[in-house]
Design a protein around this ligand. Structure first.
Ligand SMILES: Cc1cc2nc3c(=O)[nH]c(=O)nc-3n(C[C@H](O)[C@H](O)[C@H](O)COP(=O)(O)OP(=O)(O)OC[C@H]3O[C@@H](n4cnc5c(N)ncnc54)[C@H](O)[C@@H]3O)c2cc1C
Length: 433
């Protein structure tokens, strides 16, 4: 079962309604050979395919459903520097120099989006500007301390505001502090992903949709089996996120328990008065708070508020979702209380235990990219670049990530979900103050 096939999640996505999908790509029905097999046509798989094809490799991408039908076509569209984990896992495990390298790569990851938008002429509403906000005095102190540490240790400066000064950036009664920066930005993720797929195909990449990998034979030559065909390849890249429960169990059981699917949801309002949008977010930034369970929001190019948040650890869509999310949006922007909601959708993020990305190798020819932990819009592009470099024999940058240790979620397949829920309840209580 595809996690994202939950009909409630699929019936009403703003992105699907506002992008034009090409006809279904072919379903794999042959036994093919390639240099590299990529599993998954989300941002990570497509970025890998582009970078590998640029280096002269013949690439086949197998997608279980449609291009970017997983997290890549559903997300908040916020392309943000840094990592969901912060810098701690890199600093603690790899030392300051490698942590610096990891930080710099995250900044390059955002830059890469802008380069691709230009190079491949992808019309995806790319806008720069990001605001990090805190909704209590305690969290305001934490946000300030983080911002100052990033400037001191990594030379990354933000425009800090506290108290009434926050209103310069966001017209909301909710926030006690904010940090603005103009490196990060936002985009229409499905238009961007479809643009990446077009670019990959122009570079010679063959993409098959509705072609789930059901079994993967490992060895000097890899062989992926779908319902009606197979692909043999010297190298493989696993970029399947957590969309298929059986993906982990059948294709890569050795890394499956290091990520957990967590549901997150977005509502999209009816188009609003552009003057109201300008008043609420004068710089048209993407916004995210510093809670453990985040609110994240921004305006679309056609002036809808896209407001994301909530989480589900059961893989079931929570009850009363639209009403709960609309209420939350109204607390942030009282002027949006009662505005019509045209869209509601959601998807799954693949979180790792320490929230740092989990990249590595299984044997010497099978690479995996997972654990973006809700922070993958920009990092997936970088991940594709790093994996292509590694396949081509230059693994230094890939190995910065491959050296970060990741623990399995405790409790095995049956108990890891409840233990995560308990951990989250603790953080939910902390978020309240
Ligand atoms: C609602 C939501 C909001 C988010 N907001 C943000 C945000 O604002 N900023 C941010 O940085 N990140 C955000 N994220 C996270 C971000 O979208 C992901 O980190 C990123 O898209 C992951 O890309 P991916 O290519 O690894 O995975 P996906 O896009 O999920 O792609 C994986 C693909 O692999 C396919 N697949 C799986 N198994 C198989 C198989 N066996 N055979 C063939 N194909 C298979 C799936 O069908 C899927 O299409 C959000 C995610 C969600 C769901």
């Amino acid at each position: 079962m595809l996690l994202n096939s939950d009909t409630q999640l699929n019936q009403n996505s703003y992105y699907e309604a506002s992008a034009v999908r090409p006809d279904l790509q072919p379903v794999l029905q042959d036994n093919l050979s390639a240099d590299v097999l990529v599993v998954g046509a989300g941002f990570a798989g497509l970025s890998s395919a582009i970078e590998l094809a640029r280096r002269g490799y013949q690439v086949v991408v197998l997608e279980a459903d449609r291009i970017c039908s997983g997290a890549s076509g559903r997300n908040g569209g916020q392309a943000i520097v840094g990592y969901a984990s912060g810098q701690e896992p890199f600093e603690q495990q790899l030392g300051r120099d490698q942590a610096r390298l990891a930080w710099d790569m995250s900044v390059q990851a955002v830059q890469l989006i802008e380069e691709r938008v230009k190079e491949f002429a992808i019309d995806c509403d790319w806008v720069r500007g990001y605001l990090h906000v805190a909704d209590s005095p305690r969290k305001a102190r934490a946000l300030e301390a983080d911002a100052r540490a990033m400037e001191r240790d990594y030379g990354f400066a933000t425009d800090l505001a506290t108290g009434a000064d926050v209103q310069r950036h966001i017209h909301s009664p909710r926030y006690h502090a904010s940090a603005y920066e103009s490196t990060s930005g936002h985009l229409h993720p499905l238009k961007y992903g479809l643009g990446l797929a077009r670019a990959a195909q122009k570079l010679g990449v063959r993409i098959f949709e509705k072609s789930a990998v059901l079994k993967l034979d490992r060895g000097a030559t890899l062989k992926a089996h779908t319902a009606q065909g197979s692909v043999s390849a010297r190298f493989g890249v696993l970029a399947g996120n957590c969309t298929l429960p059986e993906y982990g169990a059948k294709v890569a059981p050795d890394i499956a328990d290091r990520i957990m699917p967590v549901g997150t949801y977005i509502i999209g309002t009816a188009p609003l008065d552009p003057a109201l949008c300008q008043r609420l977010l004068p710089r048209n930034v993407a916004v995210c708070d510093n809670n453990f369970i985040l609110d994240y929001f921004r305006f679309s190019a056609d002036h809808r508020m896209l407001f994301g948040g909530r989480v589900s650890y059961t893989t079931r869509t929570p009850a009363n979702l639209q009403a709960v999310m609309a209420q939350r949006m109204g607390q942030v922007f009282p002027e949006l209380q009662g505005v019509p909601i045209d869209f509601l959708w959601g998807g799954f993020v693949d979180i790792s235990m320490n929230r740092a990305p989990d990249f590595g190798r299984l044997g010497d020819n099978l690479y995996y990219l997972q654990g973006f932990s809700g922070h993958g819009v920009a990092l997936t592009g970088l991940a594709g670049q790093l994996v292509a470099q590694a396949v081509a024999g230059q693994a230094e940058r890939f190995d910065v990530f491959a050296r970060v240790k990741h623990l399995p979620f405790p409790g095995g397949p049956l108990l890891r979900m409840p233990s995560l829920v308990l951990g989250t309840l603790y953080h939910r209580l902390r978020d309240a103050f």
